[in-house]
Ligand binder design. Structure first.
Ligand code: ZN
Ligand code: ZN
Length: 353
């Protein structure tokens, strides 16, 4: 089967012919119908993230935002069969550790993120295996199509968890969203749909225009103002209630924290780049004196899919709005390269393999 493979960090992915996966007893093999292309793929391809223990090596098939159809079923799998329309959360859990048992599989002790490790080849391929399939597979409602699901698969659900579970967003809250890539734009749309007031911050007008279409109340071009936090304070009359760093560089993280009102909540969603290597200096005394909360947020616990699907079914949330363009597998190497220059707008989704 065809797959997009890392040959060397930073060198274009190559489309290779690789063996079709055989399911282990706990696994299903899913035939890929759609898969999003994400900044996390770009990071892995660059060889980032060694500082927290993940290094995606040469030979890896990337791709962690899939939707597809079950094509083959391992001997121990009970709840899924051939032909089922499914998705999986990218942070594949083991289903048995204390976090999985308590409904927090996104922070599983032995999480095996799809498409980032040798043992979990990803979905930039015609098919891919899924560990602990009974635990990890999620049935796709008829109302959600494959492309939409791929658009939802990582950044949209990450933004949803960040805003609802980690920040406890309330209607009327001012939310400063720093970085308007896929996760940032998703956060703009979700915050607006939930009755909050998103302030979108980015350095590119094309992304800010998209944010306005998706419901941003205000936009700030960070390249055109001297003091981004000051600008957020000015437009929110005292600071944001919630701030999101949806990019993960020192500047957006500090700008996000600085844009908060007293007792505001920062949610860190973006993972850092080679420049920060996981460390960003923050004004902790100010944060202490102003009682500012700093939360991390990673993926979304799979038990939250039900609520997300219900809001999509009701028309409150429309993940398809964030899908930027659809591609074929052959386009992936070039699309990934263009992410180094932040050229993609919205979420690119592969729908041809
Ligand atoms: Zn992703
Ligand atoms: Zn677990």
């Amino acid at each position: 089967m065809r797959a997009a493979v890392i040959e060397e960090h930073g060198e274009p992915l190559t489309i290779q012919d690789v063996p079709y996966p055989e399911p282990q007893p706990d696994q299903v093999v899913i035939e890929t119908e759609a898969c999003g292309v994400c900044r996390s793929d770009w990071h892995a391809w660059q060889g980032d993230w060694e500082w927290f223990g993940i290094q995606t090596g040469p030979g890896q098939i990337l791709g962690h935002e899939p939707a597809g159809v079950v094509a083959d079923v391992g001997a121990d799998v009970e709840q899924f069969s051939e032909g089922d329309r499914v998705t999986v959360p990218f942070h594949l859990g083991d289903g048995s550790c204390q976090y999985c048992q308590r409904g927090h599989a996104n922070i599983c002790e032995t999480s095996m993120p799809l498409g980032f490790l040798d043992a979990a080849p990803g979905a930039f391929a015609e098919a891919f295996p899924v560990r602990e399939a009974d635990f990890n597979c999620v049935t796709l409602p008829d109302a959600v199509d494959f492309t939409e699901m791929a658009g939802l698969g990582c950044r949209f659900m990450t933004a949803y968890h960040a805003l609802t579970d980690r920040a406890d967003l309330r209607p009327g809250d001012a939310v400063a969203i720093h970085g308007c890539g896929g996760v940032g734009l998703s956060a703009v749309h979700i915050a607006d749909a939930l009755g909050a007031e998103p302030i979108a911050v980015d350095v590119q007008d094309s992304k800010l225009d998209r944010a306005l279409d998706l419901g941003a109340a205000t936009t700030i071009n960070a390249a055109e103002v001297d003091n981004v936090p000051g600008e957020v304070h000015a437009v929110t009359d005292g600071g944001a209630d919630v701030a999101i760093d949806a990019l993960g560089i020192a500047e957006t993280c500090r700008n996000a924290v600085g844009s908060l009102d007293k007792q505001g909540t920062h949610v860190q969603v973006g993972l850092t780049t080679d420049d920060e290597a996981g460390e960003i200096a923050l004004p902790v005394d100010t944060m202490t004196l102003q009682e500012i909360d700093f939360h991390g947020s990673y993926g979304m616990p799979p038990i939250r899919y039900d609520e997300l699907f219900r809001l999509i079914d009701a028309g409150t949330l429309e993940p398809s709005k964030i899908v930027g363009e659809t591609l074929s597998l052959d386009d992936v190497p070039a699309t990934l390269s263009s992410m180094g220059e932040y050229e993609t707008v919205g979420i690119p989704v592969i729908d041809e393999f």
